[in-house]
Write a protein that binds this ligand. Sequence first.
Ligand code: ADP
Ligand code: MG
Length: 298
Amino acid sequence: MKAMNDLIKRIIREKGLGSPDQLAKMVLQDATIKAFLTKHQANLSAAQITASLPVLYEFYSQKQQSNPVMAGYEPQLFLAGSVIQIKYLKTAKQLAAEQERRVKRNVQLVNLPLKLRQVNLYDLDRTPDRLTALTKVSQFLAVYQQGQAPKGLYLSGDFGVGKTYILAGLANAVAKLEKRVVFLHVPTFIASLASHFADNSLQAEIKRVAETDVLILDDIGAETLSQWSRDDVLGVILQVRMDNSLPTFFSSNLDLTSLESHFAETKDAIDPVKAARLMARVRFLAEEVVVSGPNRRN
Ligand code: ADP
Ligand code: MG
């Protein structure tokens, strides 16, 4: 008790207050403290409250000042037996910021502009020519949220109608469900495969892409394929997606029929059978939806 009294005296001296009563008055009229003491009045005697004045004062002063060391945390009073103590909890704002960082980490953009992270599905204008795509994306999310793995979408349509934007909105919504999304620009990805040869990281890269919770293959059909990149990269990725019922989305300037012709023609051969095999996987994984409308670039 003596130590406590000394502490109270020191606070009074440092704060230029007249008496313990004055300190008590200042601290006890704080709304949060008042509410806390009322809530626990059955378990707290007047003597215990007096003995806890230094703690209450610490709580009171921590609330007033913004200590940069404690940024993102706020003090909270609690009762440990008959002793009042303070714990520091993350603020709602801090928790929201952490949640947002976690969500951002769930989306991995491969060769796509960072601004796609900002696209919010529910901000996209629902023009009639995009309504089917947007509705089907919402339906996918509703079912996926229940723990099922519905079929993905193949958005085909002209350049600039907003296919990539719609899929970015989808990616960010999936990330909020704490699922991992890889959003990959196919032409750049295929062109960059050779860079993995030097360090043997190719298999790991293919595995990472193939096994992500949701995969979005943007601009498929615009890549230059070799037999190898078609069958041993794209083909393998799509097979893994199929075998594990992992949702997969595509965007393309080509409809499915034109995509098949594109797959048939590689740099050095024409191979309709292999193309058909790859197309069977695309069709299994996704339903085609045509997106139309004006070119929104510029
Ligand atoms: P696509 O993938 O079909 O070629 P994008 O999704 O890249 O088209 O869209 C082209 C451009 O149009 C984007 O860069 C973006 O600036 C703009 N855009 C697309 N959809 C929207 C939208 N709903 N609201 C505002 N701007 C959009
Ligand atoms: Mg696009």
